[in-house]
Design a protein around this ligand. Structure first.
Ligand code: TXA
Ligand code: MG
Length: 362
């Protein structure tokens, strides 16, 4: 009874903008059933995972999957991850599954790990972009788990943002960027990890890291008892959009600077009339916010920084800054995924930065 009352209190239904708050402690409720009905009808549902929010559709329905590409404005040759409720569903979507896949699934699912495997005949071309492999993941979020169990099938879901932009870590981010285009947005609160899953390819007998994430390379190597191969970004063979250098970019141009150059650059841009957002890491008390410069003090722990990063970028984009200056994160193992995303964000806006730099020089 106690749980039921808590559930009633927490459950809030905002039908008018199609964002539905879901009590993460609810086992199954009418909101989840409504989402399942939409998926079965070939519509899209945005839902929370522990990494970022996904834009989901029935993975076995090509027309439904096509809607994801339209909403995201994503090129249709970029493959999608199929989310499943449990590792036991792997053989539905993949074939020739190597022992390494079962080992990783056993160790890390549900969790922030995507496995690239040989696809089965069940997977539509629309999901894989015509490739003979498929990305699979069991997410670790109570809303995602309940939705997947109730739906029964696989849910194809990229991050719920427009192609190339910053991933959403709250339902509000999804609503702001995709809004009415999505059938329903399930609100399960802010994402616990905030950075997309680690992607490991296990095809052709090799274990290759395609995208770093919260789950560390060491943890994966320890489980496999072998080294992961590391790819160069943008391989000709594997089309993983997260590997494009320009991915995860905010609308505001972003530059990365070491701590000792950060504030010099901030003051230089401010003197030219730029409104500057500084993602500060060091404990540098000399550098305070001013009329032109706003200091965002980022968490010193990598996990907390990861949780905050996209939310900060979304907030800065909303506030109409001219430039983001990010203090270079530490170069240690636990910061690998964050360095990867910050660097891609900077590369994604490099053209805009150049334009503004040229303007500075005029
Ligand atoms: O944490 C995550 O992975 C989130 C949540 C929603 O699960 N999803 C996500 O999806 O980040 P997306 O589409 O934004 O990024 C998935 C990446 C893309 O870069 C895609 O190209 C790659 O996975 N991918 C999917 N299937 C693949 C395949 N068969 N081979 C290589 N890369 C693949
Ligand atoms: Mg994405």
């Amino acid at each position: 009874m106690g749980r039921r009352r808590k559930s009633d209190k927490l459950t809030e239904c905002r039908i008018q903008n199609k964002t539905i708050s879901v009590n993460p402690y609810t086992i199954l409720d009418d909101k989840i059933l409504a989402a399942v009905a939409l998926l079965q009808a070939g519509e899209t549902v945005a839902f929370p995972t522990e990494t970022v929010y996904g834009l989901g559709a029935d993975a076995s329905n090509p027309l439904a999957v096509q809607k994801i590409f339209e909403i995201k404005d994503r090129p249709n040759y970029h493959p999608l991850i199929v989310h499943i409720a449990a590792a036991s569903q792997l053989p539905v979507w993949a074939q020739s599954i190597p022992d390494d896949a079962w080992r990783l699934a056993e160790a890390f699912w549900p969790g922030p790990l995507t496995l690239i495997l040989q696809r089965s005949g069940q997977v539509p071309n629309e999901v894989t972009g015509g490739q003979d492999t498929v990305g699979l993941r069991v997410p670790d979020h109570p809303v995602a788990t309940t939705l997947l169990r109730a739906f029964g099938g696989g849910i194809a879901a990229p991050s719920a943002n427009r192609f190339g932009q910053v991933s959403p870590t709250t339902a509000q981010h999804v609503h702001d960027k995709l809004g009415v285009m999505v059938g329903m947005i399930l609100d399960g609160g802010p994402c616990r990890i905030g950075v997309e899953s680690t992607i490991v390819s296990l095809v052709h007998g090799e274990a290759v890291l395609l995208r770093p994430g919260r789950l560390s390379v060491e943890a994966i190597e320890d489980t496999l008892n072998k080294k992961l191969l590391l790819t160069q970004p943008i391989s000709a063979k594997v089309r993983a959009s997260g590997m494009l250098n320009s991915h995860y970019a905010p609308a505001t141009p972003i530059e990365i600077h070491p701590a000792d150059e950060l504030w010099l650059r901030a003051h230089q841009l401010a003197s030219l009339g730029y409104k500057v957002a500084v993602l500060n890491l060091s404990d540098n008390n000399k550098c305070a916010s001013s009329a032109e410069i706003t200091r965002f003090q980022m968490p010193l722990l990598a996990d907390e920084y990861g949780r905050e990063l996209y939310a900060s970028l979304h907030r800065i984009d909303h506030a109409n800054f001219d430039r983001i200056l990010a203090e270079a994160p530490p170069a240690t193992q636990e910061w690998v995924a964050i360095n990867d995303r910050v660097r891609r964000a900077a590369q994604g806006t490099a053209n805009k930065t150049e334009i503004l730099v040229r303007a500075d020089n005029r």
